[in-house]
Design a protein around this ligand. Structure first.
Ligand code: NCN
Ligand code: DMD
Length: 336
């Protein structure tokens, strides 16, 4: 059961009190993996994935039958600084495209056998430009966290969270810079495709935001430098941690949301894996900071949950092998 989010402290507490994986299911899955008809370790990382999944689901021989993809959308005041190659009205236009089934994520979710939900967060009320003020008030942040928290289907057995928000690689870079240090230039990339002058301007904007709001915990960084869809992703990832629903992270913006949770609790992301490495330049560094090895590297830089959703197919395959294969004893195959 998910506790109610009454205030930001209840979010912090729920995250730090969240249960870990089921150790007996984990042990059972490890034992089963050792008996399957293959040379030890021959399925490589698929074996680790299946065992990790089994632990979080509390079932040594699990199945994936109900994956959920949630796309959160938000608008950003910082777009007034000219940080994106596209105009902010594209956010609401793409939300309509998601709702009509015409976006890449609609096709990828269908191909992965996942249901897809879309949540637009107050698109007609962008966050504040973080070079001038905190992006969100405490109330705004709490509302956005709640949207994510409540969007997770407790019956889902796997979750991918994705986003749509023109300008949101700028807050994602600022979050990374505030949490992990280094220069703004280390974390700022081209997003939807800004040119060299655009990149220099965007780097300045990230540096200004971090200088104004930079120090504080994951909640402070998320509120001052983030955005509503970023906070909603954080809320959903945290809810899934409590519900023991494994999560596949998507690209640069999704990983920035997750990084805020990692700052709040050292075990906050234990139920997550990195679906892919995005083409956004600083994504590999962000994943390294979180100790996450991406499953795929396909030069995607779309967002929408696209890379995470593609990776559902890999995780499903890993779990299907683990739970469906015969053991050496069952198949009458001689072991080594
Ligand atoms: O997921 C990623 O790594 C990723 C990298 C670059 C861009 N995006 C998407 O593009 C939008 C943000 O790009 P920008 O240039 O407007 O900051 C937003 O809607 C994201 O979903 C996503
Ligand atoms: C067209 C378009 C689609 C997107 N999907 C996610 N981010 C996006 C940004 C743009 C510009």
């Amino acid at each position: 059961m998910l506790p109610e989010l009454t205030d930001l402290n209840s979010f912090r507490n729920a995250l730090s009190d969240a249960p870990g994986p089921d150790l007996s299911a984990l042990k059972g899955a490890e034992e089963r993996n050792g008996q399957l008809t293959k040379p030890p370790g021959a399925l490589g990382r698929l074996e680790d994935l299946a065992i990790w999944y089994a632990g979080w689901r509390g079932d040594a021989r699990p199945q994936i039958t109900a994956p959920q993809v949630i796309v959160f959308a938000g608008n950003h005041g910082v777009t007034a600084q000219g940080v994106s190659a596209f105009p902010p009205e594209v956010t609401v236009q793409m939300v309509m495209n998601f709702e009509h089934g015409g976006a890449a994520i609609n096709q990828l979710a269908q191909a992965a056998g996942a249901k897809m939900d879309v949540h637009a967060l107050e698109l007609d009320r962008p966050t504040a430009d973080f070079t001038q003020a905190a992006a969100m008030s405490e109330e705004d942040l709490l509302n956005a966290l709640r949207t994510g928290w409540q969007a997770v289907d407790p019956q889902a057995d796997l979750l991918v969270v994705g986003e749509m928000g023109i300008g949101n690689t700028t807050p994602a870079a600022a979050i990374a810079c505030a949490l992990f240090g280094g220069d703004a230039a280390d974390w700022t990339g081209r997003g939807t495709g800004v040119d060299d002058a655009g990149l220099a301007n965007k780097t300045r904007v990230v540096a200004e935001g971090v200088a104004l709001h930079g120090s504080g915990d994951g909640i402070h960084v998320l509120r001052c430098l983030g955005g509503r869809e970023i906070a909603a992703m954080a809320g959903a990832i945290a809810a899934a941690r409590i519900l023991r629903i494994p999560v596949i992270l998507d690209g640069f913006i999704c990983t920035a949301a997750a990084a805020c949770l990692a700052q709040l609790s050292g075990t906050a992301l234990d139920h997550t894996i990195a679906g892919h490495q995005s083409a956004e330049g600083a994504h590999p560094a962000m994943l390294r900071q979180l100790g996450k090895e991406p499953l795929l590297s396909l030069d995607l830089r779309l967002g929408e949950g696209s890379g995470g959703t593609l990776a559902i197919n890999i995780l499903k395959s890993a779990v299907t092998c683990h739970s469906g294969m015969a053991t050496f004893a069952e198949a009458g195959v001689s072991d080594g």
